[in-house]
Design a binder for this molecule. Structure first.
Ligand SMILES: Cc1cc2nc3c(=O)[nH]c(=O)nc-3n(C[C@H](O)[C@H](O)[C@H](O)COP(=O)(O)OP(=O)(O)OC[C@H]3O[C@@H](n4cnc5c(N)ncnc54)[C@H](O)[C@@H]3O)c2cc1C
Length: 550
């Protein structure tokens, strides 16, 4: 006989976008609902993210004059998954995502807008050059009352919460963080207006609080408790003691991936993430718990890859902080080279795809050919664009590596000088011709959108000569904004065993669930969108199970 500390209908583990959506839906379908969150703050990676959710056929696309159809979305998604995600799940995603977004707008304080950012593979059939991605409008954090300070803040000073993602582009803050309208940001800070992932989580949290959903912080789920083959609860740890929660309808694991678990990373990933970008709490607990009761784990070699930069000493939650590398590879006047001084990828392509080239193996079969690698740029770049934490006009900090010649720079970073000089010469030729013959950089709408559009549209948004000394180098590391392998599920996020049979009472969503895009990334919001969509479906299903079990 288990001595339960708390009994409920549906227990949600984690408090990211998918988890809170699941909590809202379970409640609205008649279930008593409890959320347990390991850290002292709500929102996980979702709260520090851009907060975008990829939502094909969403109702706001028409505001941008863009149409969409199930056929187009499906054709595009099936191309991106390369057959490595179940078609039934992809279809469930496409059919449900827009319904989920409409529901949240109708039943919670969230108001969404469509973004102009293109899908990540705009050259593929069925892709759109904008509109499929939704984000929350600015949200007044004061609405949260005493929970106001409980939404996880961002560590990056210029990736602040006071603008939306769309405004981030409109104000051209990505190319130069100093373009941030400081007065406006100050005014919004005073008013408590927040944007991006912070706003998304704040709106979802408010909806949970309005429904009196219990949220237990600093409560870490550790083991599932089963009876007669059905998951009926969880052993958590709270203030150093066991705290047992019974869940009549089911347990929904939405506690992220395993990017902070060294053992799991070494065991599964195709290339090891040395620099995770998420808050350091996703240690694969949900995936381990699911595996313990027989879950089939799939897609485990994949991650939402994102090249990383670091400034020695910068920390978040007591761990080294990894900056995302976007501007430094998308804007003109830079290239990325390996230790031979050779380019190896379209630097401006989607982060998830371009980073796979980091893990190409040396011709002799051992070691990575393209790691370590460096961004190389010149003074034209430094005078115009954000360079890690500094802006044009800022003095060079002590960590900067620069030299008046490419040969000198090569020596400082251990890169083959002849290779680098030859590569830069070849690249400058492409710039002059307006065409990157090697990697097609700047050819696609996505590349250009992420570059300097004042010089575009066209490849000039991404291509610029590297000619003006001093020259600079930044080491780029293998990062990820999360992992995307996990428990295989059906379309209601019920966890499946290796024979494809549902494990009663167990659900996985977000990065605890095996990703529905296989190795790929559909577009902006391609991670949170599925997380919230399957959170929506899991919440409804688990509430139905609770009714049956009563
Ligand atoms: C800078 C940045 C920008 C990004 N921008 C976007 C974007 O715009 N759109 C997009 O789609 N994706 C984006 N991503 C990726 C996206 O944020 C994540 O992939 C997604 O939020 C993961 O959602 P999740 O719910 O699985 O995990 P999380 O949001 O990380 O939530 C998991 C939660 O579970 C908690 N937890 C872990 N273990 C336990 C346990 N044992 N018990 C209880 N709680 C536990 C964690 O503390 C955490 O709060 C971005 C990521 C970063 C870092």
């Amino acid at each position: 006989m288990t001595n339960w500390n708390l009994e409920t209908d549906v227990l949600i583990v984690g408090s990211g976008g998918g988890a809170l959506t699941a909590a809202i839906l379970a409640h609205d379908h008649g279930a008593n609902t409890v959320v347990v969150e390991r850290s002292s703050l709500v929102g996980g990676t979702t709260a520090v993210s851009g907060g975008a959710l990829w939502t094909p056929m969403n109702t706001h696309m028409k505001d941008l004059g863009i149409s969409d159809s199930r056929e187009e979305a499906l054709e595009y998604c099936l191309k991106i998954t390369e057959g490595r995600a179940a078609d039934t799940l992809v279809e469930a995603y496409i059919d449900t995502a827009h319904i989920m977004a409409d529901y949240l707008e109708a039943k919670t304080p969230l108001v969404f807008s469509a973004m102009t950012m293109p899908d990540y593979h705009p050259q593929e059939k069925g892709a759109k050059t904008g509109g499929r991605c939704l984000e929350s409008n600015l949200y007044d954090i004061n609405e949260l009352g005493e929970w106001k300070g409980k939404v996880r803040p961002n560590a990056i000073p210029f990736m602040n919460h006071q603008t939306t993602e769309e405004q981030y582009s409109t104000y051209k803050m990505m190319v130069n963080a100093a373009n941030m309208p400081a007065d406006l940001v100050m005014e919004r800070m005073d008013k408590g207006l927040t944007g991006r992932g912070h706003a998304l989580i704040a709106g979802l949290l408010k909806a949970c609080l309005d429904r009196n959903i219990t949220i237990l912080l600093e409560t870490r789920a550790l083991d599932l408790i089963s009876e007669d083959g059905r998951v009926i609860g969880v052993r958590t740890q709270k203030e150093g003691k066991d705290y047992l929660v019974k869940a009549l309808g089911g347990v929904i694991l939405g506690c992220g991936g395993f990017e902070w678990n060294e053992k799991l990373k070494n065991k599964y990933l195709q290339g090891v993430i040395t620099h995770p970008h998420s808050p350091p709490f996703n240690e694969g607990d949900g995936i381990i718990m699911a595996a313990e009761v027989g879950a089939d784990l799939i897609n485990m070699h994949e991650a939402w890859w994102m090249p990383a930069l670091e400034v020695s000493g910068d920390e978040y939650e007591g761990r080294p902080y990894s900056y995302v590398c976007v501007t430094e590879r998308s804007c003109p006047h830079n290239i990325i080279v390996n230790r031979r001084g050779r380019r190896f990828v379209n630097e401006s392509a989607s982060y998830n795809e371009m980073m796979k080239a980091f893990f190409f193996v040396n011709e002799n079969g051992t070691g990575y050919r393209n790691l370590p690698c460096w961004q190389i740029c010149d003074s034209q770049y430094r005078e115009s664009y954000t360079f890690l934490t500094i802006c044009p006009g800022d003095p060079d900090p002590e960590w900067i590596i620069k030299d008046n010649t490419l040969e000198g720079l090569s020596k400082k970073i251990g890169v083959d000088a002849d290779g680098l000089v030859e590569t830069v010469k070849r690249f400058n030729g492409f710039v002059q011709d307006g065409k990157d013959q090697d990697f097609e950089r700047g050819t696609y709408a996505y590349d250009q959108y992420m570059g300097d559009m004042d010089r575009g549209p066209g490849p000039a948004a991404n291509l610029g000569s590297i000619t003006k000394p001093p020259f600079y180098a930044l080491q780029i590391y293998a990062g990820a904004i999360g992992t995307k392998g996990g428990a295989r599920t059906d379309k209601d996020a019920q966890v499946l065993n290796v024979r494809g049979k549902a494990i009663a009472g167990l659900y996985a969503i977000g990065n605890t669930m095996a990703g529905v895009s296989g190795p790929g990334y559909y577009g902006p919001g391609g991670s949170i969108g599925p997380g919230m969509t399957f959170g929506y479906r899991a919440g409804i299903h688990a509430a139905g199970e609770a009714k049956k079990q009563r």
